[in-house]
Design a protein around this ligand. Sequence first.
Ligand SMILES: [Zn+2]
Length: 420
Amino acid sequence: MHAGAFGGSDEPVAPGAPQYGSPGERACHSKGAAMPDRTAAMIADIQHLVRCESPSDDLDAVARSADTVAEMGERLLGDAPERLTIDGRTHLRWRFGDGDGVLLLGHHDTVWPLSTIVTHPASIEDGILRGPGSFDMKAGLVIAFHALAALPDRDGVTLLITGDEEPGSPTSRTLIEEEARRCAAALVLEAAGPGGALKTARKGVSRYEVHVRGRAAHAGLEPEQGVNATVELSHQIQAVAELAAPDLGTTVTPTRMRGGTTSNTVPAHASFMVDVRARTVIEQQRTHDSILALVPRIEGAAVSIEGGINRPPMEAAASAALFARACRIAERLGIRALESISVGGASDGNYTAGVGTPTLDGLGAVGGGAHADDEHVIVAELPDRTRLLTALVAELLASPAPSPASASAPAPASASAARR
Ligand SMILES: [Zn+2]
């Protein structure tokens, strides 16, 4: 293995790094001499979490991962978390004092099936840390732990680490919303955008399945007796696709489609799925109402709709004041200027913003390849991300964020136009 700035597999463990696993495992953590102890410790912690695989749909694996995350948090923060298991899914909550100042939010589940670690081992080379779930978002959890560990007074902080974010937080949503309502601000440790950009807006997500019912008939003998569900479906697909509003950032994408039974039968059933992404509540509601109002065009056909709004949008206004604060803090700390980015993908930040809590997302690792083979974390960025978070939490505890309505800072939209 080529040993880069942060070491290869034959390098010693840095002083100050926690000692995990076998000597062989430990050996690939880091090269001690080239980096501060804190960075070495963070690398070791990220790799420790990565090696404890946690696919969302494997409840035992998620429970084991929760144990590992809980132990790490207890070691770094001095307190054990509350363990909240809902329908078999394990979430962790640390509440310091009354915990109603700042919510730090992350998840410990990943999209990677068990044994991905065999084909994508935890590794570090040329300052790039790799491994399943490293970027999304185990490095973010480690940033949160180390940032809070450096905070002199954690009174007023709640740290919530859930175990089912990837499938849309089916069991943690209520918990997230309850915690967000108690807090003046929510900081989400999801991975950063390109170049470390903070995520200041996320589109809302709605999902539907449009079902069409017709009437079967022999396609050769008496096709006129049939009502062709596939032809009706083609009308519905066109009608749905026309609901998109690209100027407003609203995408309406017909996705999976099915219809019919055999090559010589007029189809009696057909269906297609629809993925809707909207920047604003108004647009999400408009598309929702329009999809529910779909009517058949062919006589005798019937249309029915399943699904609905999944996650509300995190609108730019929800993050404007927090982003402005983060920028000022970065400047004060001498960290390079922060950029913002608006993204189509949703996170639990959509839920915290959805209940009206000012929310800033993308405060986790800098790197790339979320859900992809080249998932990675840039090690050199870890210390600044951690310092930024410590300072942001400290400032928010000292003076809570204004409500989104009273935010006077310019909307991140204008600051980030180039990134959209
Ligand atoms: Zn994530």
